[in-house]
Design a protein around this ligand. Structure first.
Ligand code: ADQ
Length: 462
């Protein structure tokens, strides 16, 4: 078995299974089996870190966790700048929020080169390298420039945009060419892969045969690998005795139904629109006053970026408006909290929710929707209201699928969800759970690695 090298923007803490997400656990399982390295930014910023970038290595169960500090300038230009103020909004179809600065792009390229400089001397000839996400698109080119001939795969966790949007990016063709330096590029869904293929054909005149690109003297394969969750683990968590937080929540509901949303606080997740839909729902259906509580859990992220402070204010104001208008002395329809919650507790909260409201405006996959389904009580499952613009909508067909921009449509789905009889809830839930059991995060990881090592891309038409 060849050694696996994972590279991502951040590296999980060694041994920290409980708080890590399913992705970290899945990749770490693979690394522990084959032996390997996980390289990324430590999250620390330090003046002078670029003069002699040093990597700190912690070895834990057969894996070297290698982390690198960045200078304040590199962190600002690479992470806050090009990755999160240019690529993230553009790839989520929000060109109005996209800010380009050549300086940021230079910082982005510089940090990728730092990673390549640190990684290249660690590599053995038959290692396989798996690079994650939009922060690291140029990494294969930088490694190739250093003579690295190993298999290198790339998985994009977020959407790939339509060609005319991608072309807004200055230097877009250079970024696309960077991807061709990988041996395998994986997308969450087929439409994202098709967007990339359309761009190559229309803008660059590159011939793509099925999923194969032959250009610039290289062959690159494309594939669809919808990421998933550790389904068994979520079922296990949901069935374990309730934590005190889950008991507190249940007591506080006083028999009211719970509509639950869990997201990183991000403008792509459609949170203000969702809260507006709750307000409209209460306006149209006064019989629901005091009968349910909408809980929005949204830990803050990327706080150095102004759009993220703005979305926090917007959500808090929207929740305040709905509560002001419809609340009573003993009931607030919307609870909005920024707390991060452990995964075992999260599973209990999902199970306690009669409705899971997952309505991103655009999302690569959306793991919360899958976690919600896996956590349900099979004898009395809740209903998932899911945006058709989440990658997971292609798999979770039993959800009530909505257009998150159509507030009235979301209101209608909420009503249907609250009133859905148990037999219909079960009929919708069972095939979704079956799917999640078959296609879990371990299968996702195996499929990707197999495709990367065996010249055999599984192009699922999910
Ligand atoms: P995210 O945009 O972060 O991921 P998502 O897929 O929903 O979106 O993953 C969020 C994860 O964080 C989930 O596992 C969830 O349980 C956890 N989480 C959210 N809120 C939490 C809270 N309050 N406390 C604890 N945990 C919380 C990006 C892409 C997605 C893609 C994933 C994986 O944007 O589209 O599905 O990567 O590829």
């Amino acid at each position: 078995m060849p050694r696996l090298i994972a590279v991502s923007n951040r590296v999980p803490k060694p041994g920290d299974r409980y708080t890590s997400g399913g992705l970290s656990v899945a990749v770490r399982d693979a690394l522990e089996k084959s032996g390997g390295v996980w390289l990324g930014w430590s999250g620390a910023v330090r003046e002078g870190a670029d003069v002699e970038p040093t990597a700190e290595t912690t070895r834990w169960r057969n894996v070297d966790y290698v982390t690198v500090d960045l200078t304040p300038r590199d962190a600002e230009e690479y992470y806050n700048g090009f990755a999160n103020r240019a690529l993230w909004p553009l790839f989520h179809h929000r060109p109005g929020l996209t800010e380009f600065a050549r300086r940021d792009m230079a910082g982005y390229n510089r940090v990728n080169q730092i990673f390549a400089r640190i990684l290249a001397p660690m590599l053995r000839p038959d290692d396989i390298i798996w690079v994650h996400d939009y922060h690291l698109i140029p990494l294969a080119s930088d490694l190739r420039a250093r003579g690295v001939k190993n298999r290198i795969g790339f998985f994009l966790h977020i959407p790939w945009p339509a060609p005319e949007l991608f072309a807004i990016l200055p230097n877009h063709s250079r970024l696309a060419v960077n991807l061709i330096n990988y041996d395998l590029v994986g997308f969450q869904t087929k439409p994202f892969m098709d967007n990339f293929i359309a761009y190559l054909k229309e803008e660059m005149n590159i011939n793509v045969e099925g999923c194969m690109i032959d250009a610039f003297g290289r062959s690159c394969r494309l594939g669809v690998f919808p990421i998933s969750i550790d389904t068994k683990e979520f079922i296990h968590f949901a069935e374990a005795p309730k934590s005190s937080i889950a008991r507190r929540l249940e007591a506080s509901l006083q028999g009211r139904a719970l509509a639950l949303s869990v997201d990183r606080l991000d403008y792509s997740k459609g949170i203000p629109q969702r809260i507006e839909a709750i307000g409209r729902f209460l306006e149209l259906y006064p019989q629901y006053h005091n009968r349910f509580t909408a809980l929005q859990i949204a830990p803050t992220t990327r706080e150095a970026i102004p759009e993220y402070a703005e979305i926090n204010r917007e959500v808090a104001e929207a929740a305040g408006r709905v509560n002001g208008k419809f609340g009573d002395i003993d009931w607030a329809p919307v609870r909005y909290i920024n707390k991060s919650i452990g995964r075992a507790t999260l599973a209990h909260l999902y199970r306690a929710a009669r409705v899971g409201v997952v309505t991103p405006l655009r999302d690569g996959m959306n793991l919360v929707s899958k976690e919600y389904v896996a956590s349900q009580d099979p004898r009395d499952p809740g209903v998932l209201v899911l945006s058709r613009f989440a990658g997971s909508a292609r798999e979770l067909r039993g959800a009530l699928q909505v257009n998150p921009y159509d507030i009235d449509g979301v209101v209608h789905a909420l009503r249907t969800a609250f009133e859905m009889p148990r037999e219909e809830r079960i009929a919708r839930f069972e095939p979704m759970l079956q799917h999640l059991r078959a296609f879990d995060v371990h299968k996702w990881r195996q499929d990707f690695i197999e495709a990367l090592t065996q010249d055999n891309v599984l192009a699922m038409s999910a």
